[in-house]
Design a protein around this ligand. Structure first.
Ligand code: AOF
Ligand code: ZN
Length: 351
């Protein structure tokens, strides 16, 4: 595999484009980015997939390049598709535009869309694969889990004080985390297509669950705002959907049925505990604030754990310090991957 320095830089950029927040990703749609390079390594055009039914990344870049696409190298995060899905095949668009070379990060394992490489080569286009494949694979993690498990990927996010509390004894919680952490949360929310909370959180916090940008404006593609739980709610709760179920698996099945790929679980402690004990949390994001409360609601409810040997021990995948804004203290963001939970009957836990 030989890639030029310009192609490597272009792939890094294509991955960034693919990860553009706010893009709705449902069911079988993928995050894909594409950069068209001229012979001298300069960028002719960029493109990315903006969700179901919109042009694929390659088609988007080609449209922006127009005639200038002829003779370029297309650097794409995914193998160009060779099927007519919601839009036409990227292979044919690349051939028709006169692209000379295609570099992609990972093969498309979707049998419906596969075959792109062979088709491009048959048309005389030079094809190289595998550039930054690991990074592309990490980006595709959510899609892959959703396809494999036939349920959405679940990110559980919470903010906590040093003593693991998310609210004070009187219920007040604004704010535990600082400005930078709250902005960061909106960025993470924008990657998801469902915002999920329990009925308790709706009653206490009346959350809007809208995703806003750094200037506090709502982003264009809002996730579906869902509350779950059997309790009746004031019909003016203002969210999009009330799932009247207590079983996390049933809720996820329902959301997958609505073509959703990525759930952002934001509380409260009861719902978080239910998802954790069911082994249905795929990623944990926690913002730790240098604050002590000593009493008040803990970030997660009873997990049925009575002895230290039973503790859940998620693995840490990232630690980032979020600097304080306007004299605030910094916060720490931990990203973790839960380790498998072996569900046991409740009575066994107390023996
Ligand atoms: C590409 N470039 O930008 C994307 C691709 O029915 P559709 O059109 O939404 O097709 C979805 C499938 O197409 C998806 O599962 C994946 O295999 C491929 N996505 N392919 O060449 C893109 N988004
Ligand atoms: Zn395509």
């Amino acid at each position: 595999m030989t890639f030029t320095a310009a192609e490597q830089a272009a792939m890094a950029r294509a991955l960034e484009l693919a990860a553009t927040p706010g893009v709705p990703m449902v069911a079988d749609t993928r995050r894909v980015g594409c950069v068209l390079l001229a012979d001298d390594g300069t960028t002719v055009a960029e493109g990315y997939h903006r969700g179901p039914g919109t042009p694929h990344a390659e088609a988007d870049a080609l449209a922006r390049a127009g005639e200038a696409a002829r003779g370029t190298t297309a650097v794409v995060t995914l193998e160009p598709c060779h099927h007519t899905g919601r839009t036409g095949p990227c292979t044919e668009a690349l051939v028709a535009a006169g692209v000379r070379r295609v570099v992609f990060a990972e093969s498309d394992a979707n049998p419906v869309a596969a075959g792109g490489r062979a088709r491009l080569e048959a048309a005389g286009i030079e094809v190289e694969a595998g550039l930054m494949a690991a990074e592309a694979d990490a980006l595709a993690g959510v899609y892959r889990l959703a396809q494999r498990e036939q349920r959405p990927f679940v990110t559980w996010k919470f903010a906590a004080t040093l003593d693991g509390r998310s609210a004070a004894a009187d219920g007040t919680s604004r704010w535990v985390s600082g400005t930078a952490a709250r902005r960061d949360t909106h960025r993470l929310r924008a990657r998801c297509d469902v915002m999920l909370v329990g009925t308790g959180t709706v009653e206490v916090d009346h959350p809007r669950l809208t995703v806003r940008d750094d200037e506090d404006r709502p982003v264009e593609h809002q996730p579906l705002r869902v509350v779950m739980g059997e309790r009746d709610l004031d019909p003016n709760h203002g969210l999009d959907l009330h799932l009247r179920t207590r079983d996390p698996r049933a809720a996820l099945a329902d959301l997958f049925g609505r073509d959703r790929q990525h759930v952002f679980l934001e509380g409260g402690p009861t719902l978080a505990a239910a998802f954790l004990t069911a082994g249905l949390v795929d990623e944990i994001v926690v913002y730790v604030a240098p604050m002590l409360l000593g009493a008040g609601r803990s970030a997660v409810g009873d997990l049925g754990i009575t002895t230290i040997g039973e503790a859940l021990r998620p693995r840490v995948t990232d630690i980032t310090v979020l600097p304080g804004v306007d004299g605030e203290e910094p916060n720490v963001r931990l990203t973790l991957t839960p380790t498998p939970v072996t569900p046991r009957p409740r009575n066994e836990r107390h023996t």
